[in-house]
Design a protein. Structure first.
Length: 56
């Protein structure tokens, strides 16, 4: 339940709603589906994930 370093994914394995945003919560439902191997650090200039916002 904590804030983590922003991460995102470029993997086409995920729907755009998960891919076109960045996440910064370790308990984000969308972020949790992103496998560790597919995670990249940083926000990539993307908007913040709505689910992560809701967890604030
Ligand atoms: Zn998220």
């Amino acid at each position: 339940m904590s804030k983590v370093v922003p991460y995102h994914t470029d993997s086409l394995e995920y729907p755009p709603s998960h891919r076109n945003v960045y996440h910064d919560r370790d308990n984000c439902p969308a972020g949790k589906t992103i496998k560790q191997a597919h995670r990249k650090p940083g926000d990539a200039g993307r908007p913040r994930c709505k689910d992560c916002k809701n967890l604030d």
